[in-house]
Ligand binder design. Structure first.
Ligand code: GLY
Ligand code: MN
Ligand code: MN
Length: 436
């Protein structure tokens, strides 16, 4: 991957004004409780450009007379700190191991940053994101402004680099797609294990543990986001992560879980019966969501849009709900009035990549941006009929979402997560095999 990080720096440099400097800062460790920190996760933008996974570092990309070069500032080698807190790469090894032209210790920022910025036309930086870094930048700019009699000159504009970098991140390279396939495959196996291990009486967090176990055994130590295991009515809470209820016989369980592999996220949802057998009402709602999901997959591809697929999803789900007597009225009117939002209150798709909700401009709030090869999205229609919904009691407490991850190709789509059973027959068959 080393050369790809370098390629990305050069590609970003291509977008920069000549004689300018771009600054990117790493994430910082976050306290969990006294003397303990949350497990560190690198900032995705910083990782995308460097592959460097230590906290507190800076990357400076400089474009001078159309030549692009990179400078890293990182934590110093420190025997005592490393005995207590873990190994550090250090500046010397950073140049050898990372796609970086030169590296300094963080303590050298005061001296080196003004030199890098001197006579720059612009500095690319994100304001109000990292107060410490912002203060350091302002200090460097102040130093340059005070030095005009020495011929120093501060850049006079600060440009937000996010639109430039995030447009790059939106289009996945073949190496990135390979890593996403792996994140997806591990996520797939986590979901299959959950279907195999699920029994009435288990706790939701115990099913979560089965999934995380599978992820770790396959090389993904972290989940890409907090795992959702929602039994019964809990499935109707979209970001339910408490996972602390028992899984009851006769109820469905919704699992939204994805592995993070080499920084890339999987994001899969499956919904299945805790006891392995759908009731007629559960099957009716499930089949409706599955029909919508399949139709959405068929409608996606280059030249298409998320909005087009979502319009098809709405048509299928609203007519289905009317047919089942859960909604009443004219389908077109119900869609026009957004009456479906009582049961389907989120979007169909989001970008996915280094972040599960990945960066990239949707161009419009209805997600009508034309899809192009290399973009990666989720497809996740759902219906949620909570215990408090004003419908026949037999429908209450049924929440269903079915979510896959797809990459747009030149011909259509590649579904990275198709291997988790999705049809009622396939789910029941898999669960029957392991439930005896
Ligand atoms: N796991 C969050 C989502 O599906 O968007
Ligand atoms: Mn999800
Ligand atoms: Mn998702």
């Amino acid at each position: 991957m080393q050369s790809e990080f370098h390629q990305r720096q050069l590609a970003f440099g291509d977008l920069m004004l000549d004689n300018s400097v771009a600054i990117f800062t790493a994430a910082h460790e976050q306290t969990r409780s006294r003397d303990t920190e949350y497990r560190f996760r690198q900032d995705s933008d910083f990782f995308y450009l460097t592959g460097f996974t230590e906290p507190d570092a800076w990357l400076v990309i400089k474009k001078h007379e159309n030549q692009v070069s990179s400078t890293l500032f990182c934590r110093p080698k420190d025997e005592l700190a490393e005995i207590w807190h873990g190994r550090r790469l250090g500046a010397t090894a950073a140049v050898e191991r990372l796609a970086i032209d030169q590296a300094f210790e963080l303590s050298e920022l005061d001296e080196e940053l003004p030199k890098l910025l001197n006579h720059g036309a612009a500095v690319y930086f994100v304001l109000q994101q990292d107060p410490q870094a912002e203060q350091q930048l302002h200090q460097a700019l102040a130093t340059l402004r005070q030095g005009s009699r020495h011929g120093w000159q501060a850049p006079n504009q600060i440009i937000d680099w996010r639109p430039m970098l995030h447009e790059m991140r939106l289009f996945k390279s073949s190496q990135e797609i390979e890593l996403m396939r792996k994140a997806a495959q591990i996520s797939v196996d986590g979901h299959i294990r959950a279907m195999q291990q699920c029994r009435p009486g288990m706790w939701e967090y115990q099913l979560e543990a089965e999934i995380l176990h599978e992820f770790a055994m396959q090389g993904a130590r972290d989940a890409a986001y907090s795992t959702i295991v929602g039994g019964g009515d809990n499935a109707c809470i979209l970001h339910y992560t408490e996972n602390e209820s028992p899984l009851r016989d006769g109820e469905l369980v919704l699992i939204d879980a994805g592995a993070e592999f080499a920084g890339y996220a999987g994001d899969i949802t499956r919904t299945f019966p805790v006891n392995g057998k759908f009731t007629p009402e559960q099957a009716a709602i499930y089949q409706l969501v599955l029909d919508a999901h399949d139709a959405a997959l068929a409608a996606l591809g280059p030249g298409k849009s998320i909005k087009q697929a979502n319009d098809i999803v709405l048509q299928i789900m609203v007519s289905g709900l009317v047919k089942l007597g859960i909604m009443q009225g004219d389908v077109a009117e119900l869609i026009e009035q957004q009456a479906y939002k009582a049961f389907y209150m989120h979007g169909l798709s989001h970008w996915i990549g280094l972040d599960v909700h990945d960066v990239g401009d949707y161009k419009s709030s209805d997600r009508s941006r034309t899809l192009e090869p290399g973009m990666a999205i989720t497809v996740e229609p759902g219906l949620y009929i909570s215990k408090s919904a004003e419908v026949d009691a037999k429908w209450q407490g049924i929440g269903v979402r079915i979510e896959d991850d797809v990459v747009i190709t030149t011909e259509g789509i590649e579904n990275l997560t198709a291997a988790v059973p999705k049809t009622i027959a396939d789910i029941e068959a898999l669960m029957a095999k392991t439930n005896n």
